[in-house]
Each structure stands twice: as structure tokens, then as C-alpha cells.
Design a protein around this ligand. Structure first.
Ligand code: SAM
Length: 184
């Protein structure tokens, strides 16, 4: 069993539920790769079809995985080794299938509730000891587009804190999700 995560920059929605492509964020690359490495994620896919955004991401990744950056901060180099760029989710499926020989089970995350959600406890039990591979999807902007949500196998329940507010940064959402599913 292998676990993959994908940070989706397209297709996502904006405030008015229009389809948009969001910009890559430097912090996401650093923080999510460290989190992925800590919790044994096989690959962290950064999904954007925009060439200039891919160039930006590659430049950051290269800085910390080769040359001065790698020597200066080896733990960052190690973490960034889990990142791959992908144009879209079809490419993510292709890449995972190439690596593992099968398509993964897709799990969506959101701050919003919907019908037929699975709890963290149920998902943790399902994954533990499973033979299948899993890919957990995280959104940007105002969240994953409906066309993505229609295709996934599971929706994780939203993370909640102490009150009604639960609009986490995607970096926090990744950390909490991975800890709830895989933390000891
Ligand atoms: N601009 C924001 C940022 O800086 O992270 C991006 C917001 S984006 C909608 C946040 C993503 O994090 C969601 O698509 C979802 O994947 C995840 N997320 C945020 N809050 C969450 C929650 N309460 N429960 C589960 N996932 C959550």
C-alpha cells in the first residue's frame, strides 16, 4: 500500500464558484513536502497546468535539492525529494499507475460537509493494512472543483475545532489529515 497526496491548483473554484487556476505558493511547497515526508507519503503531486507556475515551483525545488540549498539544509532537501509536478489529475493517475501498476483510490478533503462522508476513524481503519493505494486531494482557492468531487471514491469529513469556524490553510489541513490518518 502506498499513499500519495495532491495539491490541486486546477480545477478549483473561486469565491463565486467559477472555475479558476490558482497560483503556486512557496510555503506550500516547503511545508507540505516536510509533512508528506514525515508521514510516509510516497509522492506529493503539485498539480498546475500553467508553465510559468511549473517553472516557479521547479526553481524552488531545484534550489533546495541541488547545489547550495541541498548542502545548507539537508532535511529540506530530503523532504523536497517527494514532490512531483503534474499538469492535471489525469497525469497524476498515469504517474501513480506507472509506479504501482494500478490506479489509486481517491479521497477528497473540504471544509464543507456533504452527503456520504467518511470519518477519519473509518478511513484510518480502511487504510491500515489495506493492499490498495490511496491519493488524498487537497484544494486551493475556494476548494476542489465539482468535476473533481464527482470522480472521487471518498469524501473525508471536514476537520472541526472548537467552534463553527474551520477554514484552515491547506498546509494546516494537510498536517492534521495526515496525523489523523497515519500518526502514531
Ligand atoms: N488560500 C488557502 C490557503 O492558504 O491554504 C487555500 C484554501 S483551500 C480552500 C484549503 C484546502 O484545505 C481545502 O480545499 C481542503 O483541501 C483543505 N481544508 C481546509 N479546511 C479544511 C477543513 N476544515 N477540513 C478538511 N479540509 C480542509
Amino acid at each position: 500500500m502506498a499513499v500519495f497526496i495532491a495539491l490541486v491548483h486546477f480545477p478549483v473554484i473561486d469565491k463565486n464558484e467559477k472555475t479558476v487556476t490558482t497560483s503556486v505558493t512557496n510555503f506550500d511547497i516547503h511545508d507540505i513536502s516536510r509533512c508528506a515526508k514525515t508521514y510516509g507519503v510516497r509522492r506529493f503531486y503539485l498539480v498546475t497546468p500553467v508553465p510559468s507556475q511549473q517553472w516557479f515551483a521547479k526553481r524552488i525545488i531545484r534550489h533546495w535539492t541541488e547545489g547550495f540549498g541541498a548542502e545548507y539544509n539537508p532535511t529540506r532537501q530530503e523532504a523536497m525529494g517527494v514532490i512531483s509536478l503534474a499538469n492535471d489529475l489525469v497525469e497524476v493517475v498515469d504517474e501513480i499507475t506507472k509506479e504501482t501498476g494500478r490506479s489509486p483510490i481517491f479521497i477528497a478533503t473540504s471544509a464543507k460537509s456533504r452527503a456520504n462522508m467518511i470519518t477519519y476513524k473509518e478511513m484510518r481503519e480502511k487504510i491500515s493494512g489495506a493492499e490498495e493505494d490511496y491519493c488524498i486531494l487537497f484544494g486551493t482557492g475556494w476548494g476542489l472543483h465539482a468535476s473533481v468531487l464527482e470522480e472521487v471514491d471518498y469524501f473525508l469529513e471536514p476537520i472541526t475545532g472548537t467552534g463553527d469556524y474551520n477554514h484552515l490553510s491547506v498546509r494546516s489541513a494537510v498536517a492534521i489529515t495526515l496525523d489523523r490518518l497515519f500518526g502514531r
